[in-house]
Write a protein that binds this ligand. Structure first.
Ligand code: SF4
Length: 356
């Protein structure tokens, strides 16, 4: 049921149409604290966040947006609830996108004002419907259902379309995976605006990752979704990492090394979980796409990981580094293994670059 959506631009990043599926996140710092917010956004950029949203809770937060934008390298989206004046201020501050529901900002005249300025600044608006905060009449008629979510979104859309504003993106979030999937499926049949997908309040790292992977995985597999945000009760850096892994699993987009690690068994003689985590952390900012294997024994490890571009296997007193399943280097002592491995990764990437 995949169909092409309309392309919109959030700053210099396109969403929808033939654009790649974009990875985004939201900061969890106090937006009024510019230094912490910028620091977190730069960290998000490092792991591949392509758009970032910040909560604009009051006038002071709105007034900090230009200062934040100046120090970051990805488009900045202002998340606004209820107060249209904050939206106007955010636009004046130069944000690249607004997240706001036009039906919730206090009346038609307020919508006129925001739309007029958004057009002037060429800034798109994301309508974000959340199953937990649907309009009373819709709840009475439909209950907290996917149908009610879609009706709610279409109401907000109508308010913008009536003003000839079509730079729209829509999200329909619920904490229930099945409800979210159904809602997006219904909506995708009705509109051609790009869809921002996510499972809201998904939970802590493990549960949230599973729920997001299942829900967003199904949608993306069906061709629904132009940008995704994984919501976790954890660092937004992890949200971005999970989002990229979802895209990689579906072979939609890749960024950075894919890290394969053996499940460990009775032959494992080192703390493999720690080693795999260290490798993952050390390669965190690397953008090149290649496969890394981290294996738990020097005898079977390289053979088992033949498909990996480069890997390491840790034994009791000896670690080995291998390329395409062949031993490249033997390293004495666990403490030298990671350092030698990173040197070999550098050599591997340089050689691959030379080969073009
Ligand atoms: S690589 Fe070695 S330690 Fe890991 S699962 Fe295979 S045999 Fe066991």
């Amino acid at each position: 049921m995949s169909k092409r959506t309309k392309k919109i631009w959030v700053g210099w990043v396109s969403i929808g149409g033939d654009s790649p599926i974009r990875v985004q996140s939201m900061t969890n710092t106090d937006t009024r604290d510019v230094a912490s917010t910028v620091r977190q956004i730069l960290e998000l950029e490092e792991v591949g966040c392509e758009l970032v949203r910040v909560a604009v809770v009051d006038k002071e937060a709105a007034q900090k947006l230009a200062l934040i934008k100046k120090q970051i390298n990805i488009p900045l989206i202002a998340d606004i609830h209820f107060d249209y004046r904050l939206a106007l201020m955010a636009l004046e501050q130069g944000v690249d996108g607004l997240r706001l529901n036009p039906g919730n900002i206090g009346g038609e005249d307020k919508v006129d004002k925001v739309v007029e300025r958004a057009k002037e600044y060429k800034v798109p608006i994301r309508i974000g419907v959340n199953a937990g905060s649907l309009e009373k009449d819709l709840l009475q008629q439909y209950g907290p259902t996917p149908e009610a979510m879609v009706k709610s979104a279409l109401r907000h859309v109508k308010l913008l379309e009536e003003r000839d504003f079509r730079e729209i993106k829509i999200s329909l979030k619920a904490s229930s995976v099945l409800k979210t999937i159904k809602a997006y499926q219904l909506l995708a049949r009705k509109v051609d605006y790009p869809l921002h997908i996510g499972i809201t309040e998904a939970g802590t790292l493990l549960r949230g990752t599973v729920k997001s992977s299942v829900g967003l995985g199904i949608l993306l597999y069906e061709g629904i979704g132009d940008t995704l945000r994984v919501s976790l009760t954890d660092s937004p850096v992890k949200e971005v990492q999970v989002a990229w892994e979802i895209l990689r699993s579906l072979e939609l987009r890749s960024r950075g090394p894919e890290i394969i690690a053996c499940p460990t068994c009775g032959r494992t003689e080192i703390d493999l979980i720690k080693l795999a985590q260290e490798v993952e952390e050390a390669l965190r900012g690397v953008k090149e796409v290649f496969t890394v294997a981290v294996m738990g024994c020097v005898v079977n490890g390289p053979g088992e990981a033949k498909e990996a571009d480069i890997g390491l296997a840790g034994g009791k007193d000896l670690g080995i580094i291998f390329v395409k399943g062949k031993v490249k280097k033997k390293v004495k002592g666990r403490e030298n293994l990671l350092k030698s491995f990173l040197e070999e990764v550098e050599i591997f990437l340089q050689e691959r670059k030379k080969e073009g």
